[in-house]
Design a protein around this ligand. Structure first.
Ligand code: NAD
Length: 369
């Protein structure tokens, strides 16, 4: 993978490129043609680590710091940041630059989508999860107390610049969340990428820049292709929700604390594989491969790895999970819908699964060794 790799998202007049850069300094030449007033919203931790280098590369850009963490994806933070933009002289001719993970990317994208009825924005993802998933596709949102990502707009970025070397400082737990989303992307669409991940000699203690660069580019190529075919998730874009139905229930059960999104998605994928096998779609050997792959990348695969399932008042039971899955915004009427696999690399469009089957599957899932 060379640092000049470019991947396109073909969306007519809203098409854009994802470009790989070797260093922050390379942004200078890439972003200077994007003239006019620009304001960067930068994650506070990223600012602490790389703020100087970003300011040096982008001397004409103003920087606003966004507090790290999911709480920044809120109306409070949206309003505060919008006011800061006005104070900084932003107009309809301004553009925003998101520098951070999915939190800053989703907040900046939403703000760009609604500020003065919409201004352009650019993504500079700094987490693996943002590099393999959230920086591409134009889904933006903030959370409500009643649920995650409940208010948002589709607003595609003008460009995405990926600097994989920034991952060197990413905490290992966050890195694994990106691996979980990369596995998801491979499982739904690309058996050869699954094989490559199975064959890779992964060592969590070693920072492997080539592996992470190649993996993120492979995952983004798949996502770019899916988004180009189904921008508004009317069809195959739903594949990308593989593992997310149970994941969202786990996150809600733990009040969006303690369990990271990618961790919940790993457990959710293991469960969706079990369900796919129980419904006769997926072979037991493919189910075993999925379990082994998640394990290889040291991801949680059991409910008990992420939530309390045994005894006590905080125990999360199968009926409770069912209730939480029912409030997933992707459901239609009262039925709980799942993206399932018919083979490794082949997803099926979401289908309703009966409560009785789900309860029996959750019970089997709880018994997993
Ligand atoms: N829009 C989409 O399509 C989409 C897709 C998937 C997930 N998401 C959203 O993404 C969010 C999660 O994103 P995330 O996992 O990137 O989390 P995040 O943005 O919270 O970042 C994780 C942590 O890593 C820190 N960090 C970021 N870059 C760093 C670096 N290079 N070095 C050291 N620390 C760094 C951050 O300060 C933060 O503490 C969720 O809100 C989720 O809903 C959106």
């Amino acid at each position: 993978m060379s640092s000049s790799t470019k991947i396109s998202v073909a969306l007519d007049s809203r098409s854009y490129n994802i470009e790989y850069l070797a260093a922050i300094a390379d942004l200078r030449t890439r972003l200077s043609p994007v003239t006019g007033h620009a304001i960067a919203l930068i994650d506070a931790n990223v600012d602490r680590l790389y703020g100087k280098a970003f300011r040096k590369a982008l001397p004409h850009v103003e920087f606003l710091r966004i507090a790290a963490g999911e709480r920044s994806k809120s109306f409070l933070s949206l309003e505060k940041t919008a006011n800061a933009l006005v104070k900084a002289g932003a107009t309809r001719a301004s553009r925003l630059i998101a520098i951070g993970g999915g939190v800053v990317g989703d907040l900046t994208g939403f703000l760009a989508g609604v500020f003065m009825r919409g201004i352009p924005f650019v993504q500079v993802p700094t987490t693996l999860l943002a590099m393999v998933d959230s920086s591409v596709g134009g889904k933006t949102a903030v959370n409500l107390a009643s649920g995650k990502n409940l208010v948002g707009v589709f607003h595609q970025p003008q460009a995405v610049f990926v600097i994989p070397s920034l991952l060197e400082t990413l905490p290992p737990r966050e890195l694994k969340c990106g691996l979980s989303e990369a596995i998801k992307t491979a499982l739904i669409a690309d058996a050869s990428l699954v094989l490559a991940m199975e064959n890779h000699s992964y060592d969590a203690r070693r920072f492997d820049l080539d592996f992470l660069t190649n993996l993120s580019a492979a995952a983004i190529r798949i996502k770019a292709d899916i988004v180009a075919k189904d921008e508004k998730e009317e069809n195959i874009r739903a594949y990308l929700n593989f593992g997310h139905t149970l994941a969202h229930a786990i996150e809600a059960a733990t009040h969006y604390r303690d369990v990271l999104h990618g961790e919940a998605v790993a457990v959710g994928q293991r469960f969706a594989a079990l369900l796919s096998r129980r419904l006769g779609l997926l072979s037991p050997s493919d189910e075993a491969r999925i379990q082994a792959l998640l394990k290889k990348y040291q991801l949680p695969i059991r409910l008990g790895d992420v939530i309390r399932t045994q005894t006590g008042s905080r125990a999360v039971t199968p009926p409770k999970l069912l209730e939480l899955m029912r409030s997933d915004k992707k459901n239609q009427s009262n039925a709980i819908r799942f993206v399932l696999l018919s083979a490794i690399g082949r997803a099926e469009l979401p289908r309703p699964v009966a409560d009785k089957e789900l309860l029996a599957s959750l019970k089997e899932f709880l018994l997993l060794a």
